[in-house]
Design a protein around this ligand. Structure first.
Ligand code: 5RP
Length: 231
């Protein structure tokens, strides 16, 4: 089975966790998009939900497919968010932000009673960090912030390339108007310590380590969907 079919299958499986009346956070990325595409026909058939999208990209797709939306200002407490991930470790810790939506994704996840992560089995890792860690930063003083991130990494024994994310020749700009630095630290033995160190840097808006947020994971593999439940 190819990656696209696995995303379709896990997107479809996630719809089974959506109940009528839910206030639903809707993630970003290709797997979340498969979920949205599977959700749309159920909504047309009468499944009553209101979605809060985690990006402009997801909002546009939901509007195109007729999924009712609200903002997080209008509905500040959600029942469930369904979102993808770039990496998932054995303790349900995640790296997210490959699609650059990490800030809104984290705000929505924190506002949700439950977070269901959907991914193909390649995203499951024994230790986070192979995927470069996205760090959303303010544009003001970006070089100073990059140097501070480098120093914070060094203090934790982490090193590697720190690259400003680009789209062609231009800097990638998030929905919040910020920049993203992708930190290729390699394996991250202590994500909690790195999270705290990054949060202490003034120019860092948010980072892609999602710790203590995921409640369950649906993992698509060649043999079907595995449902992992956090304690
Ligand atoms: C976007 C994200 C995505 O959920 C993550 O990058 C996974 O994307 P995909 O499902 O396309 O592999 O965090 O900011």
């Amino acid at each position: 089975m190819n990656a696209a079919s696995m995303k379709e299958r896990v997107g479809e499986a996630a719809v089974g966790h959506v109940e009528t009346g839910m206030r639903l956070g809707i993630g970003t990325g290709s797997t979340a998009e498969a979920f949205v595409r599977a959700l749309a026909p159920r909504v047309q058939d009468g499944l009553r939900i209101v979605g809060v999208p985690t990006s402009e990209r997801t909002a546009a797709l939901c509007r195109e497919l007729g999924i009712p939306l609200a903002t997080l200002e209008e509905i500040p407490e959600l029942d469930l968010v369904v979102d993808g991930a770039d990496e998932i470790d054995g303790q349900f810790r995640l790296v997210k932000g490959g699609g650059g939506a990490l800030l809104r994704e984290k705000i929505v996840a924190a506002a949700s009673a439950r977070m269901l992560v959907i991914a193909d089995a390649s995203k499951k890792v024994d230790m986070l960090g192979t995927f470069p860690l996205p760090i959303e930063v303010n544009g003001f003083g970006v070089v100073a912030t990059l140097l501070a991130i480098e120093r914070a990494g060094t203090l934790l024994g982490l090193s590697g390339d720190l690259a400003l994310r680009k789209v062609g020749e231009s800097a990638f700009i998030t929905d919040g108007g910020h920049l993203v630095i992708d930190a290729s630290f390699g394996r991250i033995p202590d994500p909690e310590a790195l999270s705290a160190a990054l949060h202490a840097i003034p120019g860092v808006v948010e980072h892609g380590l999602f710790l203590g947020l995921a409640d369950a994971v649906l993992l698509a593999g060649p043999d079907g969907i595995e449902h992992l439940q956090a304690n």
